[in-house]
Design a protein around this ligand. Structure first.
Ligand SMILES: *[C@@H]1O[C@H](CO)[C@@H](O)[C@H](O)[C@H]1NC(C)=O
Ligand SMILES: *[C@@H]1O[C@H](CO)[C@@H](O)[C@H](O)[C@H]1NC(C)=O
Ligand SMILES: *[C@@H]1O[C@H](CO)[C@@H](O)[C@H](O)[C@H]1NC(C)=O
Length: 508
């Protein structure tokens, strides 16, 4: 099955509740694959770019974010006044994606409201291309170019009629709408200010040439949020490749917290593709909600960090903000123009506000014995001036190598203020290997000749960019078994640990 077919299946299911489909399978065979795939393929020939009007431009009213009360009609300047278009203010064009229900999805009024909340005098125009978006996925995908051209003509007309500077124009496109925005930008006579792509659709666009999808050439600034860029199962609904000036992959671009995609994938294994609906919708649409969050929570913006890969990010090695390495997620993303696009990563909570606080922990494990056989299960608790965050799991992304510095990423959901102290615990588990685990862990921390030593822990906060060093508190005092405490000490972050300051962890 081709990727888009799978994608289509998913979205049939997504939209099924809105459609009151009685027999889903029947509907699927009839509407999607009934006439075989060949006619669909023919439609890829780009020959039916009628100059007709498919797209409608509804200037939404802040007090009725859900209703289309006034349409701006290209060629009819009086409609601008009638809709109370503000010529000196920012203008947003919000472009929806694929639909089977033929209706706007529930995020639309939320995004409109949030845009007005942030930019009170703005013109928020919803582009309605539902009549074409309500089609086979492959057809709707192919129509994005024609719709984009029509929007480009609208932009040209607006510019001519109102003299609005195009750097005041911001196109926001979700899923297929992101590529529509790209085509609109590339066909407009002058370059538009900004395009935000919210999880741009992957099938039929991934790997395509830049002029056949959203790309950095389409606006002065193109920023993209990727929330469903999962590759396996032939099911990447969003784009995996970076396609903007700034590409942010929250949670690695997939497995968004609270969406339970893992659970859904297991269900698919057991119950087939029809089990996927909510999790897929949740992940894909998360991009929109992250953007809404960034509009509403201006004072607490989430940060994203440039990194070579998600694995590296998960090891905490990418939390630097030096020389434009970090940026704000969503509306506040700042224009950085690079010859090559920058992939950025961030972690999020499961719901609004999505921001979390990122920390890098660096620890040097020294031992006379080879520790790579050990698999300690550790949790860390952080205590700060404003609060604490307890029992955070320390993920060992690789084997514990002896005499090597390891780096970890930790995130807290709450702002704990300035970090004062941290403790390490090993927790009892229900697993059959409990005694085994305890034996391993206690030998791991013990001061016996084959014990592991940790002198100090270096910590960098992504959000504050502060660097701190923590040393073992009271090396000789017996803390509770199964727990060691480190407190802030004066050592410099970068200085090499001196042999003399070596402290052996004891808990027996
Ligand atoms: C139009 O926008 C400008 C600036 O954004 C603002 O100062 C002005 O009050 C707005 N006009 C109306 C009628 O809202
Ligand atoms: C780690 O380094 C120490 C001191 O430099 C050395 O005595 C020890 O043998 C090393 N451990 C391993 C497993 O190489
Ligand atoms: C430690 O053991 C692992 C496998 O048990 C081995 O691959 C590695 O080379 C060893 N390291 C040292 C320093 O002996």
């Amino acid at each position: 099955m081709r990727a888009w077919q799978l994608w289509f299946l998913c979205f049939v299911v997504l939209n099924a509740d809105a459609q009151k489909v009685t027999s889903l399978e029947e509907d699927l065979t009839d509407s999607a694959f009934g006439n075989s795939l060949d006619p669909v393929k023919d439609l890829f020939d780009d020959k039916d770019d009628r100059r007709g009007s498919v797209a409608k431009f509804s200037l939404r009213n802040p007090s009725h974010p859900d209703d289309d009360l006034c349409y701006i009609i290209p060629g009819q300047p009086e409609t601008l006044a009638a809709c109370a278009f503000n010529r000196t203010s920012k203008t947003f064009l919000v472009i929806h994606g694929w639909t089977l229900s033929g209706m706007f999805e529930s995020w639309m009024p939320k995004l409109v409201s949030a845009l007005y909340e942030r930019e009170r005098t703005a013109n928020v125009i919803v582009v309605d291309w539902l009549s074409l978006a309500q089609n086979h996925y492959a057809i709707a995908a192919q129509k994005t170019k024609a719709v984009g051209r029509e929007i480009a003509r609208f932009i040209d007309w607006m510019e001519e009629t109102t003299n609005m500077p195009l750097d005041q124009l911001h196109l926001i496109g979700y899923s297929l709408g992101a590529h529509v925005a790209g085509f609109a930008g590339s066909h407009a006579s002058n370059k538009v200010g900004r395009i935000t792509g919210l999880d741009p659709a992957g099938p039929d666009f991934e790997g395509e040439h830049a002029h056949r999808r959203l790309s950095p050439d389409d606006a002065h600034f193109v920023d993209v949020l990727h929330t469903f860029s999962r590759g396996s199962l032939g099911l990447s609904i969003g784009m995996q490749q970076p396609i903007g000036h700034v590409d942010i992959y929250p949670n690695g671009g997939s497995f968004q917290p609270g969406c339970n995609l893992r659970g859904a994938l297991e269900k698919i294994a057991n119950f087939g593709i029809f089990a996927i609906n909510d999790a897929v919708r949740c992940e894909h649409e998360r991009s929109v909600h992250l953007f809404i969050d960034s509009l509403l929570n201006e004072r607490e913006p989430a940060k994203a960090y440039r990194c070579g890969s998600n694995d590296m990010f998960d090891r905490g090695v990418c939390l630097s903000c030096r020389r434009g390495r970090c940026n704000t997620v969503g509306y506040g993303t700042s224009k950085v123009r690079r010859p090559r696009s920058a992939q950025m990563y961030t972690k999020t909570r499961a719901s609004m506000p999505f921001r979390v606080y990122h920390y890098q922990l660096k620890m040097h494990f020294s031992s006379r014995v080879n520790t790579s056989e050990m698999e300690p299960s550790l949790t860390v608790s952080l205590y700060g001036t404003k609060g604490e965050s307890e029992n955070l799991e320390l993920k060992l992304e690789e084997r514990l190598e002896t005499n090597k510095t390891h780096s970890f990423l930790l995130v807290t959901e709450a702002d704990i203020g300035d970090l004062l102290m941290l403790t390490f615990q090993w927790k009892e588990t229900n697993s059959w290997s409990l005694s085994n685990l305890l034996r391993m862990v206690s030998s791991w921390w013990s001061g016996s000749s084959d014990g592991v030593e940790v002198h100090k822990i270096r910590i960098r906060s992504g959000e504050t960019q502060q660097k701190m060093v923590f040393c073992l508190k009271d090396p000789d005092a017996r803390s509770q078994p199964g727990e060691v405490t480190f407190v802030k000490c004066k050592d410099e972050w970068r200085r090499k640990p001196k042999k003399i300051s070596k402290v052996t962890l004891k808990n027996d």
